[in-house]
Design a protein around this ligand. Sequence first.
Ligand SMILES: *[C@@H]1O[C@H](CO)[C@@H](O)[C@H](O)[C@H]1NC(C)=O
Ligand SMILES: *[C@@H]1O[C@H](CO)[C@@H](O)[C@H](O)[C@H]1NC(C)=O
Length: 402
Amino acid sequence: MIRLRSCALRWALPGAVVTLVLLYQARTRYSWGSFPSVSYRDPLGARQPGARTMTAQTPVTPLGSRAPRSTLQQFLGDLYGRDETYWSSRCPSGIRKRIAGTKFSSVFLEAIPVLQWARHARPAEYRRLRRYGGAHGWQEVGWPVVRDALTHLNVSANGRMFDARPGATAGGSPCVRCAVVGNGGILNGSRAGAAMDRHDYVFRTNGALTKGFERDVGRRTSFYVFSTNTMMHSLRNYASNGFRRLPQTLETKYIFLPDHDRDYLLLRAALTHLPVDRGPDEGARPERYFGKDLRAEKFKMFHPDFIRYVRNRFLHSSILDTPQRRLYRPSTGAVMLLAALHTCDEVSAYGFITPDYQAYSDHYFDPTHKALLFYANHDLRLEMSLWQELHQSRLITLHMRG
Ligand SMILES: *[C@@H]1O[C@H](CO)[C@@H](O)[C@H](O)[C@H]1NC(C)=O
Ligand SMILES: *[C@@H]1O[C@H](CO)[C@@H](O)[C@H](O)[C@H]1NC(C)=O
């Protein structure tokens, strides 16, 4: 990987993105006029209980001669499908109610798809998404691989983040409160573990080590977020710190961030209870990672539209103006935190990068101080600015010290 030394600390919405937002709005008005909303029927013929109706995907036709786009705009692809699953929050003070009064109102798309599942295993969706590379589309993934993985994500839990509103089960608030836990050294000595565990859901990622660190990082893992690559890396590199297996509790669900065909292959292996049949993980047994409970309910997968949207609108790094643009994607932790922002009513973020990051080790579980390194495939300084902005806009509560 390439070390990046010259990325300036800044928060700015480049003019290009503003233009794209306008294009998007013009485009959606056009599509609404031409393609009225239709009820969503999933490929299995079953309506999703509890989920509201969904509208058709934004049509695939290119903008064509009406609005010629530059190569960069085509690369970015600031045009997405639609999923209205998260419109229905009954929380009076939820993030979606508060966003209108903030600087994020013009970038936030109410109907951005967050997850992909069997509904998306369609040739038309494949034609639309194969234009985008890496985690942002299906360019490097063959249609049979996509299809064979997604068709197994065929239960209603695959299409939405949460099974039930906590108000329905706990008799309490209708608001979904989420703790999103990164791995930053700022958590060492934080004593924040009990506060994290008191949320309705706890999100963790990569080297999500809790054993021995409960006082600082809590015990619960409702969602473990990973790409196959980052998960294997964590198991390899943090085994000596005690991270030898993923969290495997009754409540734990696994959310893939697909940035390679190995994610689709591992997902299919898990859902068919068979070893991975090809690629770099050939022979890997899904039980090794996810335990014996391999029901479809245990798994979710981020939609490439969501990752592309996060990159284009929230983490539009200056790397995108360089030849390295194909290497760049938001970090796994960033996608996790922004997914929580789009699905929860309240978000508390712990262990994410803060301006005083040099005072802390890379991870809370490091036995000795390790400086945080910056790589060109992510833009952690831009992520740091975004977390500050979201905190100042009162959309998330960012845990800070000092
Ligand atoms: C969902 O997929 C599984 C295979 O993973 C299959 O056995 C099951 O019949 C499917 N369910 C429906 C409702 O089609
Ligand atoms: C974690 O905190 C303790 C207590 O402040 C400190 O002694 C230790 O060096 C810290 N660990 C790392 C890796 O910075």
